[in-house]
Design a protein. Structure first.
Length: 250
C-alpha cells in the first residue's frame, strides 16, 4: 500500500512540474517503431515494438498514445476493422488499450502513465489483428494499412513475414530476404506504399505485378503459336491436281 502511495505521489509531482514548465521544452518521440506482420488462417497478426524517449528538457508523462489506421477505397477513406488489440511493457505488464471506430479511421489508444525523465526511454509492444480475405487464384496481393500517430517517429521499419512455399512477385520500395526458411519483406520510413504480391508460382520479383506478367506471357505464347502455325502453312508445298484427260472407249 505504501509503495502505491509513493508511485501516486511521484506521478502528481511530475504533473505539477509539467504544469509549471512551458510545454515548448517538453517533447516525446518514437526512437524505434518496428512493425512485424504475419498471415495465419486469413488473419494478419501485427506486432509493433516501440521505444518511447523523452527528447525534451523536462520530465513528462506520455499519457494516451493514439495509433490511427485507415484504407482508401478510391477517393474515400474508411476505417479498418481491428480486433484482439492489446499492449504490454517490456516487463510483461498489460497496458490499458482501447479500440474506437471513427468511421473514417480506426483509433487504438494505449495509456502510459509512467513518468519519463529527460533522455530516458520506455519500451512496449502493441499487438492487434486484421482480417485478410485474399483475392485471386494464382497471385495474392496484400496492402498493409497506412497509419498516423500523434508522436514523431525517428526510426521506422515494417516487416512482412511470408510462409515458406510462397514467392514474392511484386513489392515496390522493399528489400526481400530469407529468415529460417520464410521470406521477409522489409520497408523503411522512406517507403510511401506497403504492397506485396505473392504466389506459389516460381515467378521472379519484378517491377511489374506478377499477375500482369503472367497474362502477358500467356498472350505472347499464344501469339508465338499462331505465328509459327502461319509460317508452317506457308512453307508446305501446295498440292497440284493432275491434268484432266478425257477417257477413251473402244
Amino acid at each position: 500500500m505504501s509503495r502505491m502511495r509513493t508511485y501516486t505521489s511521484i506521478t502528481f509531482l511530475f504533473l505539477f512540474i509539467a504544469l509549471l514548465i512551458p510545454q515548448t521544452s517538453a517533447e516525446i518521440v518514437f526512437d524505434e517503431y518496428i512493425t512485424t506482420a504475419r498471415i495465419t488462417d486469413g488473419v494478419i497478426h501485427v506486432q509493433r515494438d516501440v521505444v518511447l524517449r523523452n527528447a525534451g528538457a523536462v520530465p513528462i508523462i506520455p499519457g494516451e498514445l493514439h495509433f490511427r489506421f485507415f484504407e482508401r477505397n478510391g477517393d474515400r477513406q474508411q476505417a479498418i476493422p481491428i480486433t484482439a488489440a492489446r499492449a504490454q511493457n517490456e516487463q510483461g505488464d498489460s497496458l490499458n488499450t482501447n479500440v474506437n471506430d471513427r468511421g473514417r479511421e480506426t483509433d487504438i489508444s494505449v495509456q502510459i502513465w509512467n513518468p519519463l525523465l529527460p533522455g530516458f526511454t520506455y519500451s512496449f509492444t502493441l499487438f492487434y489483428e486484421i482480417d485478410f480475405a485474399p483475392r485471386g487464384i494464382l497471385f495474392y496481393e496484400l496492402r498493409l494499412p497506412r497509419e498516423q500517430t500523434t508522436i514523431r517517429i525517428l526510426n521506422e521499419e515494417t516487416r512482412f513475414e511470408l510462409d515458406r512455399g510462397y514467392r514474392v512477385t511484386f513489392a515496390p520500395e522493399s528489400q526481400v530476404s530469407r529468415l529460417s526458411g520464410n521470406t521477409v519483406i522489409t520497408w523503411d520510413e522512406s517507403s510511401e506504399q506497403r504492397i506485396v504480391e505473392f504466389s506459389r508460382l516460381p515467378f521472379p520479383k519484378t517491377s511489374l505485378r506478377g499477375v500482369n506478367l503472367f497474362w502477358i506471357t500467356i498472350i505472347l505464347l499464344l501469339l508465338a503459336v499462331f505465328v509459327l502455325s502461319v509460317l508452317k502453312q506457308r512453307k508446305e508445298p501446295s498440292r497440284k491436281e493432275p491434268p484432266y484427260s478425257p477417257q477413251r472407249y473402244q
